[in-house]
Design a protein around this ligand. Structure first.
Ligand code: ZN
Length: 329
């Protein structure tokens, strides 16, 4: 029999379920989960999204009955995505801050019915522009950066005025964090609204179901001129540092699972900021598909994926699994 060295033996430290639970710096909690919700402009909509298991596009009239039971289970935060299907889109994304648009209406309904619920809003123009890009364009089809960030900041302020607790720009335009922060401060929201930056948002294959849900595929070209190349660790680190310097309150990495190293980098580069990650539509759909194919158990894999994100350094996870985790935790 081999004589084992004292320093070889680790298993005694994690042989029991309770001692296993002590091995993380931090465990999962309900407040770590923010639920992404698609709000459409048909007020009575409750439309199944085929590519996103269990998720729907909601109309404002349905929100109270949909969110109420989740709040009772411990839901603490949501992030709203506008899905305008009936509005007239234009080059500057005018419907984005329309007072009667779905997002502004939804903020008001949620604030009124669920005063304790933290409401974040995705801020972008692509759902509202006729060309489907996230900014305003020059005549040659390239992004016109100055007017783009100015317009994005206006939309952010409109959501703040409607009562959002957090605005989260997902466009990846250079300088938009500084522009939004400035405009929030100038409009009296500097101390009232959180600015969560999609700092390291990669051009990923995992956004397919979201585009299906939000109807936001660009009409020409793609978003690779502003979303990061998957291999770009250095660029991601620069974007994170830039957004910290420009006044972001929360740093986000998106997608999550293929970019755990970037989450870990963010946790180290922005040590004093909360770090968020977005377990995007394709990650969610992939976990469901694998479970349906018998590759693993859905709940076990959902936990493993979320725990990997916490281990990498996140304290906030945007996830379509949020309702399930409210039951599981
Ligand atoms: Zn966009």
């Amino acid at each position: 029999m081999a004589s084992l060295d004292i320093s070889s033996i680790l298993q005694g430290g994690y042989q029991h379920p309770v001692s296993r639970s002590w091995q993380g710096k931090r465990g999962l909690s309900k407040s770590m989960f923010m639920y992404p919700i698609f709000i459409t402009d048909d007020p009575d909509a409750s439309t199944i999204i085929q590519t996103l298991p269990g998720q729907r596009r909601w109309g404002v009239n349905k929100l109270k009955d949909f969110i109420g039971p989740l709040v009772k289970k411990g839901l603490q935060s949501v992030i709203l995505f506008g899905v305008p299907l009936n509005c007239i889109k234009d080059a500057r994304g005018s419907p984005g801050d329309d007072e009667n648009g779905p997002v502004i209406q939804a903020i008001k309904v949620l604030r009124h019915n669920f005063p304790e619920l933290y409401i974040a809003c995705d801020v972008c123009l692509c759902e509202y522009t006729d060309h489907g890009h996230c900014g305003l364009l020059n005549a040659d089809g390239t992004i016109d950066i100055g007017p783009s960030v100015d317009r994005i900041a206006d939309v952010a302020v409109a959501y703040a005025k409607a009562g959002a607790h957090c605005v989260a720009p997902s466009d990846m335009m250079d300088g938009r964090i500084k522009a939004i922060k400035r405009k929030l401060i100038d409009n009296g929201f500097g101390n009232k609204v959180t600015l969560m930056s999609y700092s390291a948002k990669f051009a990923s294959s995992l956004y397919g179901p979201f585009r299906d849900a939000a109807g936001s595929a660009p009409s020409f070209g793609n978003r690779k001129c502003y979303q990061l190349p998957p291999i770009a660790k250095g660029l991601a680190r620069r974007a994170i540092l830039r957004d910290v310097g420009e006044g972001a309150d929360i740093i986000m990495v998106k997608p999550a699972l293929p970019y755990l190293d970037i989450i870990a980098d963010a946790a180290q580069l922005a040590q004093d900021h909360p770090i968020a990650c977005y377990q995007v539509s394709g990650e969610f759909a992939m976990i469901h598909a694998g479970a349906a194919a018998g590759v693993y158990d859905l709940k076990t894999m959902a936990f493993e994926s979320a725990e990997s994100m916490v281990r990498a350094g996140c304290t906030l996870i945007l996830s379509y699994f949020t309702p399930e985790f409210l039951d599981w935790l």
